[in-house]
Design a binder for this molecule. Structure first.
Ligand code: HEC
Length: 170
């Protein structure tokens, strides 16, 4: 005569079993994901932020840059952004070329106070973040390389130095 099983115990066994199955399924899933990542991970670009910076930096330029050009500096100018290249340029690049082209920065000139006002304006209306301890570094940079150009008249010509010549007319 077959032994009668306690239905409660049977139910408990069933629960344990389905828990075990769930566990196995989860592990299989993780394993598959890991294999996929190892096999194809490099095909995806997980560097979304960097990508966004690149796109905005190149927004105003016709040519497309590859990674080598990304860091190219010619005559002291960082080619991709059009900005003066300095030692801590990464701070400038990270904070000032994320939303718009660096060329928008380069074509403006102001005093340190003027630049600070522009930064405040972007912070109040355009979602620019708090620059923290980088603000003085950025302001030093802007005030040094993008100071107002000399306006006003050029110096008078030194008449004695000028070589005069006769206009020959046919
Ligand atoms: C969060 C986004 C954002 C960041 C980061 C940002 N800006 Fe701007 N900035 C803007 C927007 C938006 C405008 C307006 C663009 C327009 O008018 O087309 C602007 C405009 C400007 C202008 C033109 C102002 C004018 O009067 O025409 C200058 C110069 C400028 N930014 C400099 C900077 C500098 C320097 C930094 C780094 C400290 C910076 N931006 C970082 C969003 C940003």
């Amino acid at each position: 005569m077959p032994s009668e099983k306690d239905p409660l115990e049977q139910e408990q066994q069933f629960k344990n079993f389905s828990l075990f199955i769930t566990l196995v399924k989860t592990m299989l899933f993780i394993l598959c994901a890991a294999f996929l990542y190892i096999g194809f991970g490099d095909k995806f670009d997980f560097n979304f932020h960097q990508q966004a910076i690149k796109q905005s930096t190149y927004a105003n330029s016709q040519s497309s840059f590859d990674d080598e050009d990304w860091d190219k500096v010619e005559n002291g100018i960082h080619v991709a952004s059009g900005l003066v290249y300095v030692d801590n340029f990464d701070i400038i690049r990270a904070n000032c070329t994320a939303c718009h082209s660096g060329k928008l920065v380069a074509q403006n000139r102001a005093t340190r106070e003027g630049w600070q006002q522009m930064i405040r304006w972007m912070q109040e209306t355009q979602g620019l973040w708090d620059l923290g301890k980088n603000e003085p570094i950025i302001l030093d940079y802007l005030a040094k390389y993008y100071a107002p150009k000399e306006v006003g008249r050029r110096a008078n010509l030194d008449m004695a130095e000028v070589e005069w010549y006769i206009l020959e007319m046919e």
